[in-house]
Design a binder for this molecule. Structure first.
Ligand code: FMN
Length: 160
């Protein structure tokens, strides 16, 4: 049976994480954005990457999660602030575990789009100040390399 990694990324953070994770998956695992596929009947293993929007799994990735049943599923995500993203991935994990076998779930900080960063600082001044990773400079890739390595290790172990 076939395997696929499918990801939803608006500003590139989740795509970067997706590529890193895909590089460690068994050969032959397909790699697609959510815009390229909407039917997962042929797949035994589906690895789903999402980004957090307004405290929730983004809508396109949520539509993928909603149709998974009887699969082996891995989850990964990027988020502006970890304490907000934590809730989203916990909800996704709980949903997947109802009807599937969960392989693993991983979440890490992604760079916040400068267009909305000001709103974050206003809404969560305390957390923005203490979570440096929420302010990853433009010239440094996000997620940071240390998170890419962490995610790769987790997937390596989980798929053994
Ligand atoms: C409109 C908008 C809403 C967002 N809402 C949240 C949020 O509620 N919680 C959070 O932690 N991050 C939030 N973020 C930050 C994104 O989760 C983060 O930047 C993520 O890495 C984006 O992934 P992408 O680059 O793959 O699109 C938001 C970003 C945007 C642009």
């Amino acid at each position: 049976m076939k395997s696929i990694l499918v990801y939803s990324s608006k500003t590139g953070n989740t795509e970067r994480l997706a590529k890193a994770i895909h590089s460690t998956l068994p050969e032959g695992t397909e790699f697609k954005s959510v815009d390229e596929i909407d039917n997962f009947d042929d797949y035994e293993t589906v690895i789903v990457g999402f980004h957090v929007i307004n405290g929730k799994v983004d809508k396109k990735a949520q539509a993928v999660l909603d149709q998974l049943k009887g699969k082996k599923v891995g989850l990964f995500a990027t988020t502006g602030l970890l304490f907000l993203g934590g809730k989203a991935i916990t909800e996704a994990r709980d949903q997947i575990e109802e009807n599937n076998e969960l392989l693993c779930a991983y979440i890490c900080p992604g760079r916040i789009d400068p267009a909305v960063e000001g709103k974050f600082k206003e809404a969560f001044p305390k957390y923005c100040d203490i979570i440096d990773d929420a302010h990853i400079p433009e010239d440094v890739g996000a997620p940071l390399d240390k998170y890419l390595e962490e995610a790769k290790n987790l997937y390596n172990q989980s798929l053994k």
